[in-house]
Design a protein around this ligand. Structure first.
Ligand SMILES: [Zn+2]
Length: 93
């Protein structure tokens, strides 16, 4: 369900993150990163708009990502995504 939510949004695929442990399921994997450009998410999820999103490929939890990481990723800076950069937006299964 969380993945379908993401697919309905206008997003830009930012590729994969470095490997890190998912704060929800603990699986070590590369998260898929998106940039949300769709303001309708605010009404849909009753939450603040998130510019940077990450999805765990194991449990499908959607996280918002620290904006500093997204800015660095887009500028080509080599940076590591850390668990503390992630905030649960939609919990997967
Ligand atoms: Zn997970």
């Amino acid at each position: 369900m969380a993945i379908k939510t993401i697919e309905k949004l206008k997003t830009t695929d930012l590729g994969a993150s470095n490997e890190l442990a998912c704060p929800v399921c603990g699986a070590v994997s590369q998260m898929r990163l998106f940039e949300n450009t769709d303001g309708s998410m605010v009404a849909h999820l009753h939450k603040k708009p998130a510019q940077g999103l990450a999805v765990c490929p194991r449990c499908a939890t959607v996280f918002t990502v620290n904006p500093h990481y997204i800015a660095e990723k887009k500028s080509g800076t080599v940076c590591e995504l850390e668990p503390q950069d992630l905030t649960v937006l939609v919990r997967g299964s």
